[in-house]
Design a protein around this ligand. Structure first.
Ligand SMILES: NC(=O)c1ccc[n+]([C@@H]2O[C@H](COP(=O)([O-])OP(=O)(O)OC[C@H]3O[C@@H](n4cnc5c(N)ncnc54)[C@H](O)[C@@H]3O)[C@@H](O)[C@H]2O)c1
Length: 430
């Protein structure tokens, strides 16, 4: 019989709340017993939601770790550059941890964290939610079964929609490395590099080359005559695809980011939202007015693997439809699919098929009742990651998806090396 895992939320923001929600649905599996967050509004919102006692709420990690260990684990949902500094004292105190990705923003601090976790023998799982989705797990199992033979080539891509691009990587928290310390490739696509290297686990990447640029944003590309705030002084307010009016008011998207500054107001009106976008809300500013500080809107990576296989990954920000594609070619067959359509095909070389020379099997996870698109955040990956984490803490065998800290080092290192390659223009050894 598994025990109820007690957790403390460190960084009680959007992500920690997504993971912690499992405790409301399955109180027999998980209980939130503490909160650490310097923001009093967030602390109180989460305290009420999870019914946490006041004495177990802390403004910062140093206060929290002064107390005797009182929970099994921590869910660390702080922002990217705070992961390592907040995690180290907590791991030293003996807590296991579900830590958001990217778990470090450079190689030096990545190594420090790994060292501490090794020394204190903590179980640390990284928030690589895609691994837990039915789509990627089914593909991984087919790869493991050997059905398509040895992998020769793996091509993946991530298309980020224009409205997600603007909300997160232009107007938002990841607009500039000066603010978040994580370039778009690390913040957004460390998931995709992780998926590639997880599929290629029988070998390891040796070298990477990477190119990318900012193609669409930056002050020099601002349309002539555009204003500084969409709803205040811009003649393009009703036609611009990035208009704050259409994206955040008429068709509200990304509310968790856009209205963060008004979070304390529980009865927010449309008029107040409008006023905020016209005055001091950064999401009301023209997308072309943000400092880009070297951030890109698209980047491509080419990998070489130790066994001679190759891989490519392409991140493109600013697409009509958000989409992740994967195409794995093996010596006996291939797998090709689109995550967002919940559909992939497996093709086998079949000389006996006189017309095509191959046979094809379609996996449509929507048709087969496994509604991955409708199964919660990240195609159901968010919740499944938490169940897996709880299982792992209960002493059960880690699942095939389990993204432990040690297991995530390789993909984070590959991203750091890809950044190095993009900056230097050289092929970099991983
Ligand atoms: N796994 C995924 O698919 C996925 C998706 C989105 C975001 N993320 C990652 O999740 C993390 C959190 O993102 P978010 O959007 O939830 O952020 P958020 O801003 O909503 O939450 C972060 C919280 O940390 C708090 N905080 C700040 N300093 C702190 C400190 N010293 N100690 C404790 N708390 C502190 C903030 O007050 C805030 O409430 C980021 O690293 C992000 O990259 C992961």
């Amino acid at each position: 019989m598994d025990k109820i895992i007690s957790v403390v939320l460190v960084g009680a923001g959007n992500r920690a709340n997504v993971y912690a929600s499992v405790s409301l649905e399955y109180p027999e599996k998980m209980k939130v017993v503490g909160i650490v967050d310097p923001d009093p509004v967030r602390r109180e919102l989460m305290r009420e939601r999870y019914n946490v006692s006041l004495e177990n709420c802390f403004e910062d990690v140093s206060e929290f770790v002064k107390r005797e260990k009182f929970a099994d684990a921590v869910i660390n949902g702080t922002m990217d550059h705070l992961h390592v500094p907040t995690s180290i004292p907590i791991l030293e105190k003996g807590y296991d941890m579900l830590l958001e990705k990217p778990f470090a923003v450079n190689e030096k601090e990545m190594n420090e964290l790994v060292e501490v976790a090794r020394k204190h023998n903590n179980k640390v799982v990284i928030g690589h939610v895609l691994r837990y989705t039915d789509f990627y797990r089914a593909i991984k199992n087919i790869v493991l079964s050997g059905e398509i033979g040895k992998i020769i080539s793996i091509e993946t891509c991530e298309h980020v929609s224009y409205h997600h691009m603007a909300a997160s990587y232009v107007r938002g928290k990841w607009s500039s490395e000066k603010i978040c310390f994580a370039p778009m490739l690390l913040a957004k696509s460390c998931h995709d590099v992780d998926i590639m290297l997880w599929m290629m686990k029988e070998t390891e990447p040796t070298h990477v080359a990477s190119f990318g640029s900012d193609f669409q944003f930056g002050k020099e590309r601002k349309p002539e005559g555009a204003g500084s705030r969409c709803m205040q002084n811009c003649p393009y307010v009703d036609e611009c695809i990035f208009s704050a009016k259409s994206n955040y008011l008429a068709y509200p998207r990304w509310g968790q980011y856009v209205w963060k500054c008004l979070e304390a107001n529980k009865n927010l009106t449309i008029e107040q939202q409008e006023e905020s976008l016209k005055t001091d809300n950064r999401y009301g500013k023209c997308v072309w007015d943000f400092e880009r500080d070297g951030n890109v809107d698209h980047q491509a990576l080419v990998f070489n693997f130790a066994n001679g296989a190759t891989g490519t990954f392409s991140m493109v920000g600013g697409c009509a439809k958000p989409e992740r594609n994967i195409h794995i070619v093996g010596t006996r067959g291939e797998i090709k699919g689109t995550f967002d359509d919940s559909r992939f095909v497996v093709r086998k070389m079949t000389p006996a098929d006189s017309v095509l020379g191959y046979e094809e099997r379609v996996y449509d996870l929507n048709v087969h009742g496994d509604m991955i698109g409708a199964a919660g955040g990240h195609g159901g990956g968010d919740e499944k990651l938490v169940y897996d984490f709880l299982d792992y803490l209960n002493g059960n065998e880690p699942s095939v998806s389990c993204a432990t800290l040690e297991d995530s080092v390789i993909s984070h290192r590959a991203v750091f090396k890809a950044m190095q390659s993009k900056h230097s223009g050289e092929i970099v050894k991983i």
